[in-house]
Ligand binder design. Structure first.
Ligand code: PD2
Ligand code: ZN
Length: 269
């Protein structure tokens, strides 16, 4: 049964009446969300005729059966929408991703707010490499699994990035969305539009440090091999969500490998 079907008949009638009156789906979704009907809110928002859609993970069950794997949810926050997914990657998949990336790693760069070019900056002290979508067999498998879990088309995803942090390596607090008031945003949004979601996968266990921290929310997610972290950079109104400010805390012992997939609102081609 869908989340909307599970609502009592008064709520279902309320949705139908307001849709007939032409109230936008995101407005109705926001009201459902405020009353605690999170899944019904996202279901309404992501229905086929709604112009605004946000990648979403169904949080109504603790375990989710995907076509090739069963995963479990380890943590959920609804505002901003943040989910930790246990056992998303196998040890072998982590190893294959690391082995391929290791010989290609270069100093990481960030977007220059002035012109949208990529520059080196001490806010991001890692090495990294980027891939095309579907570049290797393991990447194809992982991309299909992400698409199924978050119900988002593969072609709306940027290519996978693999990052390696060691000895104090960190990614200082930042947003993954493109801030509409920055000059660079119009340049980088020409292809694919806004970055509406972020999907991170920890490929290694780290002895000390390396958590992904959300300072506005006072929580951090600790790196664990095979675990994934998803957060939506936009809220139910499609507005950028500043509660998603996040950082990769310094690694103080061990090595952290991470795979990042950013999800765009439109095809990224
Ligand atoms: O390494 C991380 O935990 C991290 C933290 C914040 C990665 C990113 N952002 C990112 O790749 O956007
Ligand atoms: Zn980030």
């Amino acid at each position: 049964m869908s989340a909307i079907e599970k609502l009592d008949s008064d709520w279902k009638n309320w949705i139908n009446i307001n849709i007939e009156r032409g109230v936008p789906a995101n407005k109705l979704a926001a009201s459902l969300f405020d009353r605690g009907w999170v899944e019904a809110a996202y279901e309404l928002l992501n229905q086929t005729n709604s112009p605004l859609k946000i990648p979403h993970i169904d949080t109504s069950r603790n375990h989710i059966k995907l076509s090739d794997k069963e995963v479990s949810l380890g943590f959920t926050c609804y505002k901003p929408f943040v989910v930790v997914i246990n056992d998303f990657l196998s040890d072998e998949e982590c190893q294959l991703l690391i082995e391929d990336a290791d010989s290609k790693l270069e100093t990481s760069r960030v977007v220059n707010p002035e012109d949208g070019s990529f520059i080196q900056h001490n806010a991001r002290t890692s090495t990294s490499t980027g891939y095309q979508r579907g570049q290797t067999n393991v990447i194809k498998t992982v991309e299909s699994r992400i698409a199924e879990l978050i119900n988002w088309p593969i072609d709306h995803g940027e290519g996978l990035q693999i990052l390696r942090y060691e000895d104090g390596g960190e990614y200082r607090p930042h947003f993954d969305f493109f801030d509409p008031i920055k000059k660079s945003s119009s340049v980088v949004m020409k292809k694919g539009g806004q970055r509406v979601g972020t999907f991170l996968m920890y490929l290694s266990d780290v002895e000390v440090g390396g958590s992904t921290c959300f300072p506005e929310m006072n929580f951090e997610v600790r790196p664990r091999k095979g675990t994934a972290l998803y957060f939506a950079n936009a809220d139910l109104n499609g507005d950028i969500d500043k509660l998603t400010l996040h950082a990769g805390l310094p690694v103080t012992s061990g090595v952290k490998y991470l795979a990042t997939k950013w999800l765009r609102e439109l095809p990224y081609i």
